[in-house]
Write a protein that binds this ligand. Structure first.
Ligand SMILES: NC(=O)c1ccc[n+]([C@@H]2O[C@H](COP(=O)([O-])OP(=O)(O)OC[C@H]3O[C@@H](n4cnc5c(N)ncnc54)[C@H](OP(=O)(O)O)[C@@H]3O)[C@@H](O)[C@H]2O)c1
Length: 275
């Protein structure tokens, strides 16, 4: 049997690790990339999985991992751009470094890995690029200004890239999860701190409380894994893959409600009083 190969970023935890494990169990080769492979306790033990050091913000690690994975597996069939984190909080409290790091990781990092794999996909006249976007790339939420900006960029990038790669035989797919129960709102969330910025106390306390409350009720991340598997194994150019009831509901509301009304509902539900 000719095994297919998937290349995934951000495999140390959450969706990335689960996607790697799922594809391995379904007979795929997996190029599992992460910032610190020496900390891995699971994936390196699985057959047909190889680990590569890759930090999406360090171009040399991207190029080296892509070259090595192509050398090891000869052909990459699917790229999953998963690595990312959430820089949340009151925008006025964000530092220059917070802004740069969020965009550098979630947006430029994803573009960088895509660009590194494109010559290989084009030479094969095939390949699938699956970007883990977010419903936060289709709708804006209070407290999410920087993260929203990064995911709107990911979603917009994916939608535009779709056209130019389709004629090369390469499919771009955009997976749109709602809030999922990974450790995203723990290990992968940074909150801006700046005691000199006053005046947001009540808004911040309520909004943060409500966001964390909703995150605790996040959906099963296995839904994302199954959706990525479907996107990778369905031979079509379908672009959008919403995941879970939250994402579906929010996207329906976005299309049927007038935007001022939707904004008012969101504002009342999230910022006015604690859930
Ligand atoms: N969970 C949700 O509710 C949700 C919803 C929509 C979209 N998403 C998106 O899903 C993706 C995965 O998140 P998750 O929920 O699975 O959270 P997670 O478990 O915290 O995973 C995030 C992964 O990204 C990696 N990462 C962060 N910065 C990186 C960098 N510079 N280079 C390479 N890897 C880096 C982390 O690696 P380290 O261990 O090195 O930090 C980790 O493996 C993210 O893009 C996130 O925006 C999540």
């Amino acid at each position: 049997m000719n095994r297919k190969t998937i290349f995934i970023t951000g495999c140390s935890s959450g969706f990335g690790q689960m996607i790697a494990q799922h594809f391995q169990q379904h007979g795929w080769n997996v190029a599992a990339t992460m910032r610190t492979p020496e900390k891995d306790t699971l994936l390196h033990t699985l057959p047909n999985v190889k680990l590569y050091r890759l930090d999406v913000t360090i171009p040399e690690t991207v190029d080296a991992a892509v070259i090595q994975a192509i050398t090891d597996f000869c052909k990459i069939d699917v790229l999953v751009n998963n690595a990312g984190y959430g820089a949340l909080g009151i925008f006025e409290k964000a530092k220059e470094e917070d802004m740069r790091r969020q965009m550098e990781t979630n947006v430029l990092g994803l573009m960088r890995v895509t660009k590194a794999l494109l010559p290989h996909f084009r030479a094969n006249r095939s390949g699938t690029i699956i970007n883990i976007g977010s419903v936060a790339g289709e709708l804006a939420f209070p407290y999410f200004a920087l993260y929203n900006a990064s995911k709107y960029a990911v979603n917009g990038f994916s939608k535009a890239l779709y056209y130019e790669l389709k004629m090369q035989g390469i499919a771009v797919k955009l997976v749109l999860p709602g809030m999922m129960k990974t450790d995203f709102f723990g290990r992968s969330m940074t909150v801006f701190e700046d005691n000199a910025v006053k005046g947001y106390e009540k808004f911040e306390e309520t909004t943060r409380h409500n966001i964390m409350h909703m995150a605790e009720r996040g959906e099963d991340p296995a839904l994302v894994v199954r959706t990525v598997f479907k996107a990778a194994t369905t031979d079509t150019f379908r672009l959008m893959y919403p995941v879970g009831w939250q994402a579906r509901l929010l996207l329906i509301l976005k299309y049927i409600l007038p935007h001022p009304l939707l904004r008012r509902i969101m504002e009342t539900a999230i910022t006015r009083r604690k859930i």
